[in-house]
Design a protein around this ligand. Structure first.
Ligand code: ADP
Ligand code: MG
Length: 322
């Protein structure tokens, strides 16, 4: 049966941990990813794709800093939009090429979209998401003097010289601003790449106008909002592990196969999923099921198709109604 599937791709879909991030490396990884995505399209499913942008935004922020004597550095929200375009372009082109090779030229589009957040979100009180370059104490003090609005924190032990980093808030996504356009495109059969890097975070003023804010939205939570917008049947989080696990990293570690909503809530409450990595993925999946989704999957890219047909991966389903 044809399904609408929202896929949230992790960092390794674009850049491996040991790579510097050259265009060639990134295109090579994107090709591996798109091969899997193209197979899902061949099964007749509708795909909506979202992805992270951490390493790309980090590098672009470094470039802003390095070139600031020559070219005005761009603010955080614009850097987010630039990486949406950058990564979206790589996926769009690669996927189009694969589809063309198979003589199935489905339309593919990547959109730069904004995601609404609230300035009242508690994360603005004590921002925690490190972004951009590392600084020495002196560099951190100089930047703070130039840009008093920056929050800079010590993120490594005192023995490390470059141990300071800018931190920004990671507010909860409320909704996609461009949701109507995205929904219409998906309904007409277009493969849409959206909310990259969690989307460009914006706040709304009292007149209803939007303005970018220096924040990073978790891409899995933004992916769940996207899944709701397009009325997805399946929400799939593809990362670098093939299952979410209980007792992760201990001798009692065990893969979670199929779990009901309540079973997964219990595991989360027991603290099995780390904040900032598996935690938000599980939370996004639980939100999807609570919203009305029928299946949420956490697995690795190479297991995606197997997980879709119930052979592997962590599969979260609604509680039985009886
Ligand atoms: P991505 O870049 O794909 O969003 P993350 O690095 O944020 O991925 O999250 C995936 C990582 O979560 C895994 O590589 C693993 O180290 C970590 N992790 C934390 N808790 C768990 C758990 N309970 N089960 C599996 N992986 C976990
Ligand atoms: Mg990662």
């Amino acid at each position: 049966m044809r399904k609408t599937i929202v896929i949230a791709l992790g960092g390794n879909a674009i850049k491996q941990a040991d790579e510097s991030g050259t265009a060639e490396e990134q295109f090579k990884n994107v090709q591996t990813t798109c091969r899997q995505l193209a197979s899902m399209l061949m099964y007749g499913h509708r795909l909506v794709i979202t992805h992270g942008n951490g390493p790309q935004a980090g590098n672009l922020l470094l470039q802003q800093e390095a070139g600031k004597e020559e070219v005005p550095p761009q603010p955080f929200d614009i850097v987010g939009a630039m990486t949406q375009g950058q990564i979206g372009y790589m996926f769009q082109q690669t996927l189009q090429n694969f589809l063309w090779e198979q003589r199935t030229p489905l339309p593919v589009i990547s959109v730069v979209n904004q995601v609404l957040v609230s300035e009242d979100d508690p994360d603005y009180q004590d921002p925690s998401k490190p972004v951009g370059p590392f600084y020495t104490k002196e560099e951190a003090e100089k930047i703070k003097a130039e840009r008093p609005e920056y929050v800079i924190k010590e993120v490594k032990p005192p023995s490390v010289e470059k141990r300071f980093r800018r931190v920004v808030a990671s507010p909860d996504p409320i909704r996609n601003i461009e949701y109507l356009a995205i929904r219409k495109m998906v309904q007409t059969g277009i493969v849409v790449i959206a909310s990259g890097g969690g989307g460009v975070p914006v706040v709304m003023d009292e007149k209803g106008c939007f303005r970018g804010t220096a924040a990073v939205i978790d891409k899995d939570k933004a992916g769940q909002r996207l899944a709701a917008v397009v009325g997805a049947d399946v929400f799939m989080v593809l990362t670098d592990v093939d299952h979410a696990k209980v007792n992760f990293g201990t001798p009692e570690e065990r893969d979670i196969g199929c779990a009901t909503y309540s079973e997964m809530v219990k595991y989360a409450e027991e603290g099995h999923f780390k904040a900032g990595s598996m935690g938000p993925k599980v939370e996004a999946c639980l939100r999807f099921i609570k919203w009305g989704g029928t299946l949420a999957i956490i697995t690795s890219l190479d297991k995606a198709i197997g997980a879709l047909i119930g052979q592997t991966g962590t599969r979260i389903v609604p509680d039985p109604v009886c």
